[in-house]
Design a binder for this molecule. Sequence first.
Ligand SMILES: [Zn+2]
Length: 323
Amino acid sequence: MRFLKILIPLVLLLCCFSCRTATSNNIHYWMEDNGKIKVLTSIEMLNDLVIAIGKGHVDSIALIVGNLDPHSYELVKGDDEKFARADLVVCNGLGLEHGASLMQTINSHKNCLLVGEEIFNKAPEKIIIINKTVDPHIWTDVSLWSESIDFIVERLSKLDPMHAEEFKQNGSLLKKDLLDTHQDLLNEMKAIPSEKRYLVTSHDAFNYFAKAYLSERNEGDWHSRFSAPEGLAPDGQLSSSNIKSIIEHLKKFNIHVLFPESNVSQSSIKKIIHAGNQMGLELTIATEPLYGDAMIVEEGMGGKNYINMMKHNAETIKKYLNL
Ligand SMILES: [Zn+2]
């Protein structure tokens, strides 16, 4: 009995420690040799998947954290060491990580998984191409994002065959969670009347979201469900013809709300609102941002993870489009 009194708190303490270290971005801990697979992911949405699949056998950290822009991220001091230490690098691919130094380092790494490219090779029809450019924002369709899981399970199993069965089981549970979330998002978005289901945000991050959740089933013209003044990578550039075409789009579909994104300057959508208001359109900006390329950093949203990020986006869109 006395033994248990000492053992139970000790086990709990060890569990807390391992959870904390597995999920935190503690680089010193991650660099230590502890027998676990060291995974470096480009974006935090991928890190979330790797942690859920690898659990206690994998140490995973994300390279691009907080509100940093994954499209333009360039390596900073200390990043080379992370790549050198990583047994596996997991990236989105499809042109997302296109900063020159980052792209070069990814391409030369000994063991790199590009989940988007794998999905593209398996089912090219699921990847959106706009003006001959591949849209990399596959995580905004939760069902499509769940297709990354099998590739991560496979790569982790190759590195640690002893725990392959565990990775497979964790992957199955994660897939179920993501597919349940996908269904919740579908239900939530379909509760908005079809004529109000039009989304305008800062940059082109929500095409997959619009196709999956805003359009009607098999809607040919699903592209009109989403529009953004800045392109597939936010660049802050806005020409008068960009403003004109967005204003035409707002008028055509009777759109009144524009959504800012957490990690993109609001200047483009503010310019559109100003121009639209001058033309007599009633336009407002949502006071809560959407999370396109960066995961939630604010407290009080149920924790920073991919599922909460997507739920937050759906709830915010529903709230403002139903006004
Ligand atoms: Zn983006």
